[in-house]
Write a protein of this length. Structure first.
Length: 86
């Protein structure tokens, strides 16, 4: 199975608005759950919507204004859906 791609904007606006905490939360979650081999974390300097950040893209879906808990929940949901369809 291909890895789930989670892209985080690490530009100054999104980083300051919470993506620094989101990155830490995702890394901790993946490590603690043994899922690091199923998810690829990718950082970007800008995802093009600075005023609506922090910005995250999970697979093909873009999300805005989410906190770390919301992003972790979406990653969990995405991984569950991927298991059900394989």
């Amino acid at each position: 199975m291909d890895r789930l791609v989670v892209e985080l904007c690490m530009g100054s606006s999104c980083f300051a608005r919470g993506n620094s905490q989101t990155l830490q939360a995702l890394e901790t979650f993946l490590r603690n759950e043994g899922l690091a081999d199923q998810v690829e974390l990718v950082g970007h300097l800008c995802l093009g919507a600075c005023s609506k950040g922090p910005n995250v893209r999970i697979g093909d879906q873009a999300y805005r204004e989410l906190d770390a808990e919301g992003v972790v929940a979406l990653v969990k949901q995405s991984l569950t859906l991927r298991k059900q369809t394989t």
